[in-house]
Design a protein around this ligand. Structure first.
Ligand code: IFM
Length: 445
């Protein structure tokens, strides 16, 4: 299996998960600071206050990326560093951090891909309604314009939002992510505003940076019914509608999937939303970012509130997140997205796995054979998709560093670089060297 010569290999991170320096240089409070400091929300009471201390150690981290030969690096910008109150007065010290990071990346020959929003909403905006507020698209447009003004001369690859499904549902209906709301109607309202905010951000970027490459990152999964039973099939279709089509259809077709609208309307879950406004989301894009971790097997279950449950087949290999390891799902997903939505280009903006690992490492390297095998099998699946015509242009491994895994705190290690959180020592895992070798050779062993 080989990859095209211009294929972009990289790694990804997100601001709140790695930066730390949560109270430094004028950064405003964000919803994850508030949430993680609220008792019982994050495992062991962990917070992102220090995280990987990347804010101070970015130069060391860029040097690591250079050593690994990464072509590209996907990071996110913390809105509250640029605009501590979310709108209005900007904060030069926060702006300068990303100036330093972008310059260091370019100096190292690494192409920066920036995500504007990876979940760390300024708390000041949450206090005004956050994603449930109809003002959100304009707040996001203001922030996007500021970022474009300061970074657009050097930053050419922009991702508006990371995983709006998680923003909406983990944050507003399951309540396991910030801001921790449990209200299904609020979740669909939030989802609607992510679509509109994305649309406005693309407009702003097009206007201010005509040569920018612009996309959005969605967390997608192939969905399969547990059996041929029509009720399992119907629930799988529903699950697919909520997980995949609720986000893909607005972005590529400018409308919501009819079957899901009908169902949600029957429960009043879309009341008060002007659904036709979602056409704003269908701005021409240069690429789609796909985050893939696992497939979803769906079974009809009348005892659960939504009529379905998801399951992992008995005996199937799983990661430390209890996510099934299912590489062919990546190929299937890429083919489906290509056939049904035809984005001009696709990047895998996240793929990777957590496995149990020690907090401290002796020696120069940590052996992580399970992650090496995980990556190899998923790289193979990606190569198969390319061979079948998918315009896959790059692949970002999640994640460069072990980091703050949201409600799981520091208990799940996704990095190809180990971080000892008591000393901040970085140690390469074998998976990092494996990636280095794939990048150098362009070939899978
Ligand atoms: O850590 C997260 C990331 O922030 C978003 N995508 C999934 C990853 C693993 O859970």
């Amino acid at each position: 299996m080989s990859f095209p010569a211009d294929f972009l290999w990289g790694a990804a991170t997100a601001s709140y998960q790695i930066e730390g320096a949560a109270f430094e240089d004028g950064r405003g409070e964000c919803i994850w600071t508030r949430f993680s400091h609220t008792e019982g929300k994050v495992k062991h009471g962990h917070t992102g206050d220090v995280a990987c201390d990347h804010y101070h150690r970015y130069a060391e981290d860029v040097a690591l990326m250079r050593r690994l030969g990464l072509h590209a690096y996907r990071f996110s910008i913390a809105w509250a560093r640029l605009l501590p109150q979310g709108t209005g007065a900007s904060n030069q010290a926060g702006i300068d951090f990303y100036n330093r990071l972008i310059d260091a990346l370019l100096e190292a020959g690494i192409t920066p891909f920036a995500t504007l929003y990876h979940w760390d909403l300024p708390q000041a905006l949450q206090d005004r309604g956050g994603w449930t507020s109809a003002d959100m698209p304009e707040w996001f447009a203001e922030y996007t314009a500021l970022a474009a003004k300061h970074y657009g001369d050097r930053l050419k690859h922009w991702i508006t939002l990371n995983e709006p499904w998680c923003i909406a549902f983990l944050g507003h209906s399951l309540g396991i992510h910030a801001p921790g709301i449990r209200d299904e109607r609020a979740a669909f309202r939030a989802a609607h505003h992510t679509h509109l905010a994305h649309g406005r951000a693309v407009q702003v970027l097009r206007q201010s940076l005509p040569d920018a490459q612009v996309g959005i990152t969605l967390n997608l999964a192939p969905v399969q019914p547990f059996s041929a039973d029509p009720q399992d099939q119907a629930m799988a279709r529903l699950f697919d509608g909520l997980q995949n089509r609720w986000f893909l259809d607005p972005v590529f077709k400018g409308r919501y999937p009819e079957d899901i609208v009908t169902r949600l309307n029957a429960n009043g879950l879309l009341d008060g939303l002007d659904l036709s406004a979602v056409q704003l989301a269908a701005q021409p894009l240069d690429f789609l970012g796909v985050n893939y971790y696992t497939r979803q097997i769906v079974r009809h279950d009348p005892s659960s509130p939504h009529g379905f449950t998801t399951l992992v087949p008995e005996g199937a290999p799983v990661t430390d997140m209890n996510w099934e390891i299912y590489p062919q799902g990546l190929r299937d997903l890429l083919l489906r997205v290509h056939q049904e939505y035809a984005p001009p280009a696709i990047y895998i903006t996240e793929n990777g796995a957590a496995f149990p690992e020690p907090e401290q490492v002796e020696g120069e390297q940590l052996d992580d054979p399970q992650r090496v095998a995980y990556l190899e099998s998923h790289f193979n699946a990606a190569a198969e998709a390319i061979a079948q015509g998918v315009p896959l242009k790059g692949y970002f491994v999640w994640s460069l560093l072990d980091n703050f895994e949201w409600a799981e705190g520091y208990t799940k290690r996704f990095g190809i670089v180990h971080v000892d959180f008591s000393t901040q020592k970085r140690t390469l895992k074998r998976s990092a060297l494996y990636l280095q070798q794939v990048i150098q050779s362009g070939v899978l062993a």
